[in-house]
Design a protein around this ligand. Structure first.
Ligand code: FES
Length: 88
């Protein structure tokens, strides 16, 4: 996908609108929008977010339209409902 082919996309994270570009991952779109904490640790409640950014650590888990996915390997889609994730 070239930059000229990218289109504006809007989705929701924890009830707040987020603007991104087609081809962005959910992780990078949320990061660019200032959402660094994507879930809470099930062990101690600490904020977790993007760590490896390549699908290995599972720190970026979010729920996308009800399905638990890694934000760093999931591309944005218009209208998707993203919520903070749970335990890995
Ligand atoms: S940031 Fe490590 S799996 Fe997504």
């Amino acid at each position: 996908m070239t930059d000229a082919e990218r289109t504006a996309v809007e989705f929701t994270f924890a009830g707040a609108p987020v603007r991104a570009w087609s081809g962005d991952t959910v992780a990078m779109a949320l990061w660019a929008a200032g959402h660094l904490a994507l879930r809470r640790s099930s062990r101690d409640g600490a904020a977790r977010g993007v760590f490896c950014s390549m699908g290995v650590c599972y720190d970026c888990l979010v729920r996308v339209d009800g399905e638990t996915l890694r934000a760093c390997t999931t591309l944005v889609r218009a209208g998707m409902l993203v919520e903070p994730g749970g335990k890995p």
